[in-house]
Design a protein around this ligand. Structure first.
Ligand code: TYD
Length: 204
């Protein structure tokens, strides 16, 4: 039996990385992240998020993230799930659709297609959205912002709307969790809902 690929999504400042770690620990799953998860991916991440990298074009950004994803799937994610291990990825395809497709305005379909090329059609089995409103997210983001966190309020509100839209269009695959409250409260919501879904979901 192959393992599950569970991804955790949300806007910057949603607390999603903390929740992804806690979920992976709870499930005994492999935690990994995007962009990153491999040596190449971490180098690309540094370049994409460099707060001084103002000259990077939107299309170059999208392709660098896709390149990181291709390497991540081939080197880390696919081998793990093929060995029956569950994987929790802190961001995956839907980050690109939300940030590059909607946030940057490059088009959700085009960006989805580039990701699918990168992953050789591997998609998440389950996607957890940590849903927070804009003021809470901005507050949690703090002051030391990376290149994408600096993109502005309109950009971040397009990202959040895109996530909510994707989740409402595919409720079988998405779990939407209220991201307000303490780390422990949110984590309990995430773990409870994932357990319910995995219980219902039999993989070949
Ligand atoms: P994030 O996962 O929020 O890490 P941290 O918690 O350390 O800030 O940072 C990754 C950033 O990369 C985030 O701003 C979203 C962006 N990103 C995209 O724009 N597209 C993508 O496909 C991915 C995976 C990330």
């Amino acid at each position: 039996m192959t393992g599950y690929l569970i991804t955790v999504e949300g806007p910057d400042g949603s607390g999603k990385s903390t929740q992804a770690h806690l979920l992976a620990d709870h499930l005994g799953a492999l935690y990994t992240r995007e962009p990153g998860g491999t040596e190449l991916g971490e180098k690309l991440r540094d370049m994409v998020l460099d707060p001084n990298g103002e000259g990077l074009s939107d299309r170059a950004e999208a392709l660098m993230i896709a390149a990181a994803r291709a390497q991540h799937v081939e080197e880390v994610v696919r081998p793990a799930i093929e060995q029956g291990k569950n994987v929790v990825s802190d961001r995956f395809i839907e980050s690109s659709v939300a940030y590059q497709g909607h946030g940057r305005g490059l088009g959700p379909e085009e960006i989805f297609d580039i990701s699918i090329f990168a992953t050789q059609s591997l998609k998440a089995d389950l996607i957890v959205l940590i849903d927070v409103d804009a003021p809470l997210a901005a507050n949690r983001r703090g002051k030391n912002l990376d290149r994408i966190e600096k993109a502005g309020d309109d950009f971040h509100s397009r990202v959040m709307s895109a996530y909510r839209e994707m989740a409402s269009e595919d409720p079988e695959r998405w779990i939407v969790v209220d991201g307000s409250g303490t780390v422990a409260e949110v984590s309990e919501r995430v773990i409870d809902q994932v357990q319910v879904r995995l219980g219902k979901y039999e993989k070949d």
